[in-house]
Design a protein around this ligand. Structure first.
Ligand SMILES: O=C(CO)[C@H](O)[C@H](O)COP(=O)(O)O
Length: 218
């Protein structure tokens, strides 16, 4: 297993200073920049789209890890690829043709991720693991930062770690939602190798980002 990667979610950044915030988390040791895109339909919140993402693409060379909370999503995949996404992650629950969405992402030359909500069982990944580069387990119901980690998701993380190991493929296992230093430790023990965190990274402002990221690594 790889050392854990930390992907701060810019959903918790100060949007008035977004470029500076992305520079700050880059300098503080972020491995990936996590971009939460919310459509106000699949999830009850609206964040930002490809134009905003493109505007910060030039301030860092760190990979953009893009979580699309959009349904239907297919019409937007090209725009996020063009705006500089490195990994595009789509929801299992967002439509009937997830396999087609993943094929489309791969055809754009991007890493493909699949994300499942807290109520979705791990077995839904059975026929998708052969084509994804990343599995994202939501440990909160998607739509908002600042929620509490749902403990039952630890069991799911462990089950998916087992599935990934059996597959023999190099697939990242990422967890997103309510991840603080304590939950980070438990996620890593369960088999996660990438963690998304908004609240716990951006807490306290830029002077604290490096320590906050280090605390998540444990
Ligand atoms: O995808 C998300 C919400 O849908 C966010 O990435 C996630 O909730 C991270 O924020 P926090 O660390 O504050 O929970």
């Amino acid at each position: 297993m790889q050392p854990v990667r930390i992907a701060p979610s810019i959903l918790s950044a100060d949007f008035a200073k977004l470029g500076g915030e992305v520079r700050a988390i880059d300098a503080a040791g972020a491995d990936w920049i996590h971009i939460d895109v919310m459509d106000g339909h699949f999830v009850p919140n609206i964040s930002f789209g490809p134009a905003v993402m493109k505007s910060v693409r030039g301030v860092t060379t760190k990979p953009f890890d893009v979580h699309l909370m959009i349904a239907p999503v297919d019409a937007y995949l090209d725009a996020f690829a063009e705006a500089g996404a490195d990994c595009i992650t789509v929801h299992y629950e967002a439509g009937p043709h997830i396999h087609r969405s993943l094929q489309h992402i791969k055809s754009l030359g991007k890493r493909a991720g699949i994300v499942i909500c807290p109520g979705t069982p791990a077995k839904m990944l059975d026929y998708l693991l052969d084509m994804v580069d990343l599995v994202l387990v939501m440990s909160v119901n998607p739509g908002f930062g600042g929620q509490s980690f749902i403990p039952s998701q630890l069991k799911k993380i462990a089950a998916i770690r087992n599935m990934i190991d059996k597959s023999g493929r190099a697939i990242d296992l990422e967890v997103d939602g309510g991840v603080d230093a304590e939950w980070a430790k438990r996620c890593i023990e369960a088999g996660a190798d990438a963690l998304v965190a908004g609240t716990s990274v951006f807490r306290g402002g830029p002077d604290h980002y490096a320590a906050n990221i280090a605390a998540l690594r444990g």
